[in-house]
Design a protein around this ligand. Structure first.
Ligand code: ATP
Ligand code: MG
Length: 285
């Protein structure tokens, strides 16, 4: 039987989230301990546990069919693979940072300076575009200590909260690229594997929709039903159920997480009471 081979990070920031995404898609893996590979027993899928740096190459060569990794790593490795879906976790940025007491004078600050990074390809492309003449010191990890030990004058690295930079006496001065976890795929998948990928993407879509939406229930006077329905259109239209108390109804609908607070304010103005908001586990449009 054809199996879709999925590469995920063996251990690191993406591992847990990648596994839990598969789990939320209803995929159960045959054992928890991470060997080199494991199989799902309710979906034709095989998981390969790899270093994230290696995933683009494995996917390009077809050793893995698809993979989950940071867009930053995809961009750095420049392999011939497709990004099929943004996954919305592991959000971060690739930034230039300099010692905090230095005065930053704009991009020309970096001219003739040494910049330490694990992302030499992205950095050199950026410097070429900006006509900067820099020396790139490529290092594998712990980039943030490079200025402190005299290896470089600046660093180019992943930043999320910025606390690592601060702890190392650095300040972020330029954001060069944004990143999040993405699903990548080999460009020549067989028809059968492509069908499996579509099936997986459908499930991922349902999980993502669910996380972006909330189920909302409230009580409202009947006069307010039209106004409330207008701000809570739901998937098709809201469900309206009469309450035992005359003149009142219960309204059920779905609301986007990002519109949530604004909608709640309007609902209160329309006289809604007893508003309940609950998470949705899966959502299929
Ligand atoms: P590996 O051993 O697999 O090579 P690694 O040390 O290169 O692991 P991690 O630090 O586990 O990688 O990070 C994996 C990915 O997670 C990064 O490529 C990036 O996309 C994302 N990431 C890294 N740091 C952060 C952060 N602070 N916040 C959010 N996402 C991050
Ligand atoms: Mg890595």
């Amino acid at each position: 039987m054809t199996k879709l081979k999925v590469a995920i990070q063996k251990s690191g920031r993406l591992s847990e989230k990648s596994l839990s995404l598969l789990k939320e898609c209803g995929i159960r893996l045959s054992n928890g301990d991470r060997k080199l590979k494991t199989e799902a027993f309710n979906f034709p899928l095989e998981i390969l546990f790899l270093r994230d740096d290696d995933i683009p190459q494995y996917v390009e060569q077809g050793v893995a069919d698809i993979g989950i990794l940071g867009a930053n790593e995809v961009r750095e490795k420049q392999k011939d693979i497709s990004i099929v879906e943004k996954l919305g976790f592991a959000g971060c940025r690739l930034s230039l940072a300099i010692p905090k007491d230095e005065q930053y004078t704009g991009l020309s600050y970096f001219n003739q300076r040494r910049i330490a990074t694990s992302y030499p390809a992205i950095l050199s492309r950026f410097c070429r575009e900006q006509n900067l003449d820099v020396r790139i010191e490529e290092i594998g990890g712990s980039v943030e200590i490079a200025t402190g030990i005299g290896l470089a004058d600046a660093v180019f690295d992943i930043v999320s909260s910025g606390s690592t930079l601060i702890m190392n006496g650095l300040k972020e001065v330029e954001v060069v690229a944004k990143s999040e976890a993405v699903l990548v795929a080999n460009k020549n998948l067989s028809q059968e594997k492509d069908r499996l990928l579509k099936k997986l993407l459908f499930r991922m879509g349902a999980v993502k929709q669910a996380s972006e939406n909330k189920y909302i229930l409230l009580n409202a006077p009947n006069e307010a039903i039209d106004a409330i329905s207008a701000v809570l259109p739901g998937m098709k239209s809201p469900t309206i159920l009469p309450l035992a108390q005359q003149g009142w109804s219960s309204i059920h609908s779905v609301v986007r997480e990002e519109e949530f607070w604004e909608v709640i304010d309007q609902l209160k103005e329309f006289g809604a009471q007893g508003i309940l908001v609950v998470p949705i586990e899966k959502m299929i449009l």
